[in-house]
Design a protein around this ligand. Structure first.
Ligand SMILES: Nc1ncnc2c1ncn2[C@@H]1O[C@H](COP(=O)(O)OP(=O)(O)OP(=O)(O)O)[C@@H](O)[C@H]1O
Ligand SMILES: Nc1ccn([C@@H]2O[C@H](COP(=O)(O)O)[C@@H](O)[C@H]2O)c(=O)n1
Length: 203
């Protein structure tokens, strides 16, 4: 069975949390495509050319914990605006989307560029304040030294870069169902997403 769930949305909107829960519930494979850009960003911060880093990237076994820092996130949104970086990461994502057994992918351009033919498309969003609060608590819990104000500024800067770039900008696909999680807890947000996908899946 080929069935793709494409989940896009701005930083810390909860799309990764929803994507993981859907994949677990449906028995589909999951790919957090942001990790690909974060891995390229980490190499770029070490001084490597981002295009070469993307071309040489091994998408297996990316160390999520090491890549989830504010500095890597900001650099990821810079390298993600380079067209040749996106081209280098295209094939692996397209292949994952149409793998046998079902796929859930989350990112910024899954429903618009990577898999416009996805059977279910969600655009998960929330207010910048709600998203910054969540990200702030997550980074503090991981032992990182951040402030709420700084996190809000970083979330806004990243959104602006992601939505304003020329290539594959962040935007909802025309046929995406929008879920605003500002007033939803994790369980409620997952239930709303699951209802949409089950309806498309017919089970
Ligand atoms: N509905 C929700 N209510 C409260 N907290 C949430 C909700 N959804 C997710 N979170 C929490 O918010 C944080 C960000 O969630 P998550 O990583 O899923 O977002 P994301 O959109 O994938 O972010 P990014 O694009 O930056 O990777 C996590 O700490 C997560 O536990
Ligand atoms: N499909 C995607 C996924 C991510 N990006 C860029 O990577 C940055 C980090 O992504 P996270 O989901 O881990 O926060 C993000 O800000 C984007 O710039 C992308 O362009 N396309």
């Amino acid at each position: 069975m080929i069935f793709t769930v494409a989940i896009d949305g701005p930083a810390a909107s909860g799309k990764g949390t929803i994507a993981k829960a859907l994949a677990r519930e449906l028995g589909f494979a999951h790919l957090d495509t942001g990790l690909l850009y974060r891995a390229v960003a980490a190499k770029s911060l070490e001084g490597q050319d981002p295009v070469e880093a993307a071309q040489g990237l091994d998408p297996g076994g990316l160390d999520g914990a090491r890549l989830r820092t504010a500095a890597v996130a900001q650099e990821a949104s810079r390298v993600a605006a380079i067209p040749a970086v996106r081209v280098a990461l295209l094939d692996v994502q397209k292949a994952f989307a149409r793998r046998e057994g079902g796929a859930v992918m989350d990112g910024r351009d899954i429903g618009t560029v990577i898999c416009p033919e996805a059977e279910a498309k969600l655009f998960v969003t929330a207010s910048a304040e709600a998203r910054a609060g969540r990200r702030y608590r997550e980074l503090v819990a991981a032992g990182q030294e951040v402030t709420l104000e700084g996190t809000l500024a970083e979330v806004r800067a990243r959104d602006a870069r992601d939505a304003g770039r020329d290539v594959a900008p962040l935007r909802p696909a025309g046929d995406a169902v929008v879920i605003d999680t500002s007033g939803l807890g994790i369980e409620e947000a997952v239930s709303a997403a699951l209802a949409v996908v089950r309806e498309r899946l017919g089970r």
